[in-house]
Design a protein around this ligand. Sequence first.
Ligand SMILES: [Zn+2]
Length: 307
Amino acid sequence: MRFSAHHRKKMGELFGVEGFAKTEKCNVCGGTYFERMLPSADNKDLYFIRCRRCNAITYNLVPTAEIQKKIYENYDYWGDAEGGQYTFSGEDRFAKHLYAILPVSRDAGTIRILDFGGGDGSLAKAFAENHLNSGIDADIEIDVVDYGDNICPDSGRMRFRKTFPISSLEDGRMYDIIIASAVMEHLDNPGEAFRILFAHLKKSGSVYFRTPYMYPLYSLMRRFGVNMDMEWPDHIWDMGKEFWEGLPGIPGIGEGLKCVLSRPSIVEKTLKSDFGVAAASHIMKAPWHLFHGWPYVGGWECVYVKE
Ligand SMILES: [Zn+2]
C-alpha cells in the first residue's frame, strides 16, 4: 500500500484533522525526549522527531489508533491494485534471501513460522519450500498475522493459519522463525508488537525485520531541493542502524536478544520489474559495502536470535 498525495486527500475527507494525535511519548520504548528534525516540505505543522532513547524516527503528528483501525477496515476504499497482498517483487528471490540469513535447527521435527504482516502467506510458503527442498525432515506450520481472509491452502507438509491482530496470537504458541518484513513502520504501537513477537520466539529462534530507513536520504535530498515522498501517514516510523542495533539493550523489550545481522535491506524491486527504482536503490546502497558509515540506503534489515 502506498500513500500518495491522493491518498492523503482522501484521508482528510474521511477523518479530518482530528484523526491525528500529537506524539507525546515514543510508542516503541516509552521515551519522552525527542530531537526535533526537519519539517515536512509541504506541511509546516508536521515535522520529524527522533526518540533520544531508542533512536526511532517518527513524526510529531500520527494517525490515532482508532483511525488506523478504520484505515485497515476500509482497505478497499483506497482502491489499490495491490489490495494488501505482498508487494515485494520476486517472492522467490526474497524467500531465498531469508533462507540464507535465518538460522533454524536442522533436527526440528516441526518448524513453526510466524509471518507478521504476511498477506496470504505466500512469502512464508516460498521460504518454507526452501527448507523442504533442502531435504530437512520436518512438518512446517505457518501462522500469518494480517487482516483479510486470504490464506494459502495447506499443501504437502505445510499447514497455514491466519489471525489478526497480533494480540490474538495464542498464548504459549512458540515460533522457530518470525518474519516481520515491511510492517513495523505502519504500527501505532510497535513497542507492544515487539513485546508480543519476542515473547513468542523460542530459545535459539530467529526473527527478521525490514523497515524503511529513509530519513538520512530524505534530508540529503532536501538540500538539493528534492522532496521525497516519505509516505506519511502510512509510514509513521523510520528505523535504521542505530535503532536496530540498540533495541536489544532497551529494558522491557529486547532482553535476551542478540543482533546477528544488521545492514541495508535487500533491494525491493528487481532490475527487470522496475529498472529505475532498482538501479537507484543499488546505487544508493553500494557505498555502504565499502564504507559502513554511509547512511543513505533507504531501508534496513536485521536478524535477532534469542539466547
Ligand atoms: Zn523510543
